[in-house]
Design a binder for this molecule. Structure first.
Ligand SMILES: C[S@@+](CC[C@H](N)C(=O)[O-])C[C@H]1O[C@@H](n2cnc3c(N)ncnc32)[C@H](O)[C@@H]1O
Length: 324
């Protein structure tokens, strides 16, 4: 049974308070519109989170999933870089502050966060939520990130979560370059785990490697990506759904699986794992089959059986996205 990720209690409580007394019919309507706009990747010059109801629908229906994806990406970074203890963070296209909450949960060292967001409606929600957070300094700024970011000092951790899909291709490239220049240590970019999301991650990855970034995750090498369409590199995180979340989505089950794609790079080289598991391991009949991306730049299948002893036992505990 896969365990569903829950929001940290202080964030869960702050979200519940933000949604108190809201009309379920209005929430459902806004959640439907939002979901259609995200699915169709609409770029019509209007912000998806342009009004208060859209912002609240985001809190109810998207924040738990984007939190889970970003938090999972951070876990993979922490796994590769146990020495990394960011104190300063920058989150761009912060929405309700999702990546900031995930970062404070992953790295208790975090003490000074700057969040940049263009929509006044979701920024207001985020500012209210962040009053329940622990880092001593949290600053919100309003800026249109298409027009470049204000003059800032580089920060230890820079995050960009579920934002590239809202920008034009040129604006994406400029933003990725600029974010790298603002990264003192680690940059994490997360996108929906669709083929299009992966293409955006792949393009950002290529640019970052050319600029001298060291690969942290998910790739176990800095060479060309060996995957080719219709294959795409993505991962999944199970997310707990609150009752309101289920009602707003008209869903039955108390969880959903959020598919995401991500890339994390650093200014510090780190030891590389041997391989990363690209799809859910398949087991049965005393055998486990793993499809992995390997440090030599290849993709391949490995099969383990009970005869492999300790390696088989280890493999039984491995999951999609884990490294070997
Ligand atoms: C899908 S939300 C993601 C929010 C948050 N990062 C998360 O993972 O939950 C994308 C966010 O980027 C913001 N955004 C999109 N285009 C922007 C722009 N040109 N300038 C500033 N913010 C922008 C949106 O307002 C929205 O809050």
């Amino acid at each position: 049974m896969v365990r569903a990720m829950e929001l940290p209690p202080s964030l869960r409580g702050a979200v519940d308070r933000a949604l108190e007394g809201i009309s379920l019919a209005d929430l459902k309507r806004s959640a439907d519109i939002l979901s259609q706009r995200y699915r169709a990747e609409v770029r019509d010059g209007r912000m998806h989170l342009s009004d208060d109801m859209a912002a609240r629908a985001y809190l109810a229906t998207r924040l738990p999933a984007t939190y889970a994806a970003v938090r999972a990406g951070m876990e993979f970074v922490a796994d590769r870089r146990p020495d990394f203890a960011p104190v300063t963070a920058l989150d761009v296209g912060a929405g309700p502050g999702t990546a900031f909450w995930a970062a404070s949960d992953c790295w208790p060292s975090l003490d000074d966060a700057l969040l940049i967001e263009g929509s006044p409606a979701i920024r207001a929600c985020g500012e209210a939520l962040s009053q329940a957070a622990s880092p001593s300094r949290i600053e919100w700024r309003s800026a249109d990130i298409i027009n470049g970011l204000p003059d800032l000092a580089p920060r230890d951790l820079v995050t960009l979560a579920y934002v590239l899909d809202e920008l034009s291709s040129d604006a994406r490239d400029r933003l990725v370059d600029r974010l790298w220049s603002l990264t003192a240590d680690t940059l994490l970019i997360v996108e929906p785990g669709t083929p299009a999301g992966w293409q955006r991650i792949l393009r950002a990855r290529d640019r970052l490697l050319i600029m001298g970034a060291h690969m942290i995750a998910p790739c176990v090498h800095g060479g060309a990506c060996p995957l080719a369409a219709p294959d795409w590199c993505h991962f999944s995180r199970r997310v707990a759904r609150s009752r309101l979340h289920r009602q707003a989505k008209g869903a039955e089950v108390p969880w959903e699986d959020e598919k995401y794609a991500y890339v994390a790079v650093s200014r510090q080289p780190g030891p590389s794992p041997e391989a990363r598991i690209l799809v859910p391991p398949r087991s049965g009949g005393g055998r486990i089959a793993l499809r992995t991306c390997n440090a030599d730049g290849s993709v391949g299948e490995r099969a383990l059986s009970k005869r492999d002893g300790a390696a088989f036992k280890t493999a039984r505990r491995l999951d999609w996205g884990d490294s070997l």
